[in-house]
Write a protein that binds this ligand. Structure first.
Ligand SMILES: [Zn+2]
Length: 457
């Protein structure tokens, strides 16, 4: 099975190397902003000409928005726009132009309605202070050194890793992985290199292929399994909250940036802000580690995993639940289970959003009309079963897998106890989540969010 995966390692850069990386990051920004300014100027020029009634064929020719087109324009102008262009790798400029080409395409698609999700705005100029510093190398010498403690990148040369790259190096050595690109990015107060790798994964079988486990993702516990196991919620964020608050206060006492007055942040604010960013990054790392351990274990062991289709975006709008839900990383659990079941030869089943997993009795199948969130015990009026609420839900989810098996070929499945809404909307109670994500969608590292979190201002 071929997958695209990311391998990310922390870097230990010398001050000189950090300067070189920053020069590349700056070059990417310069190329991006130059090309964006050019694109805007041409658009404005054409709009003005049109307003004077100039026929379409006589308008200033429009700039192609493809990466190749932007690169051609940049190469023609770089001697003037950036006389120092020879000092950095051409990949740096390519990074900025590629980001712009993709931004323009997303904007155009979004305007034509060909893109799911929220409307995408027109690309904006990148600022040194706001943008996450990053540069990507797609060609040239990109490799892990035999000692597995260093990597080699074009122009930047040999960089020391903070950790061993043995997991990637082993795969490259035995020919099951090919490095496609490397991105150097500042993330959570530290530089990382992230390799995009095409990996040939061996076919695997879960330890117990016939086993079914229902997973109820909760707030009190990270997960409750239908086997009765409670997986504790690490709640690292709660533990670290006092420290985050203290660091946030320290930040707000210092002189931060002010866009209204154009005030620059003080050095002390900058340091306090970096400390806060590192604390946030640590919380995120701990959380990610806990989730990966849980999902790896489940995917290794069980043939079928059943989860609920939670409306995470809707739940995040509920502000009191929001922080804890975000902390537990619901959506992340499901994303990881989807690709890990694919890697391990298992399958992930997702119960319909309207399937009443909490309200159904796992003993007799009776469905309650109402169940308040504070009722932690499920008590069945029909058969007298008393069971922990989350455990009840997990058992219902596991039972759903059996029904899916029975009717797998006939198509539509109506879950036991599925309510009116389900039928009226014509939804299928169980939908199959293909575990194998398509290339580019799977990975061990989630795409980095904004790296440097800074104080609110
Ligand atoms: Zn019952």
């Amino acid at each position: 099975m071929r997958t695209i995966q990311a391998y990310r390692f922390a870097l230990d850069l010398t001050p000189g190397q950090e300067r070189a990386v920053n020069a590349h990051v700056g070059a990417a920004r310069v190329a991006h902003n130059w090309a964006l300014a050019r694109v805007k100027a041409v658009m404005d020029q054409r709009a003005a000409e049109r307003s004077y009634g100039v026929p379409d064929e006589l308008l200033t020719p429009s700039l192609p928005w493809s990466l190749a087109g932007l690169r051609k324009a940049w190469n023609a102008a770089k001697a003037e726009a950036a006389p120092w262009w020879g000092e950095v790798s051409k990949e740096a400029f390519n990074t900025g132009l590629d980001a712009l080409a993709r931004g323009l395409k997303n904007w155009a698609d979004s305007r034509k309605g060909g893109r799911a999700g929220r409307p995408v705005g027109f690309p904006r100029f990148k600022s040194r202070r706001r943008a996450t510093p990053s540069v990507r190398f797609t060609t040239g010498a990109v490799r892990v050194e035999p000692d597995r403690r260093h990597v080699v990148l074009p122009r930047l040369g040999r960089l020391k890793l903070h950790e061993s790259a043995r997991k990637l190096a082993r795969r490259v050595d035995n020919g099951t992985a090919g490095i496609m690109s490397a991105t150097v990015r500042r993330d959570g107060g530290r530089w990382h290199v992230s390799f995009t790798v095409e990996v040939q994964r061996a076919e695997r079988q879960p330890a117990r292929p016939g086993s079914v486990v229902g997973v109820d993702v909760g707030i009190k516990h990270l997960a409750v399994l239908s086997t009765g196991e409670l997986v504790d919620n690490p709640r690292h964020l709660v533990a670290a909250q006092a420290r985050l608050r203290a660091l946030g206060r320290a930040c707000s006492r210092k002189s931060g940036p002010d866009r209204r007055t154009g005030r620059r942040p003080s050095n002390r604010w900058q340091r306090a802000s970096n400390r806060l960013g590192r604390a946030h990054a640590r919380v995120a790392n701990l959380r990610r580690d806990g989730l990966h351990k849980l999902t790896t274990r489940l995917a290794h062991e069980h043939g079928s995993i059943v989860v609920e289709d939670l409306n995470v975006a809707g739940m995040l709008r509920n502000r009191r639940l929001a922080r804890h839900i975000a902390d537990a990383g619901f959506a992340e659990i499901r994303r990881q289970l989807a690709y890990k079941t694919g890697w391990n030869g298992g399958r992930l089943l997702v119960a319909d959003r309207w399937y009443p997993s909490s309200k159904t009795c796992s003993g007799c199948g009776a469905v309650k009309a109402k169940l308040a969130l504070r009722e932690r015990e499920y008590e069945c009026e029909a058969c007298g079963l008393v069971i922990d609420r989350d455990r009840n839900a997990a058992r219902n989810l596991a039972a759903l897998a059996a029904e899916f098996n029975n009717t797998a070929e006939s198509g539509s499945v109506t879950a036991r106890g599925a309510d009116q809404k389900t039928r009226a909307r014509g939804q299928v109670a169980v939908k199959r989540e293909p575990g194998t994500a398509s290339a580019g969608k799977t990975g061990t590292v989630p795409t980095a969010r904004r790296g440097n979190r800074s104080c609110a201002h």
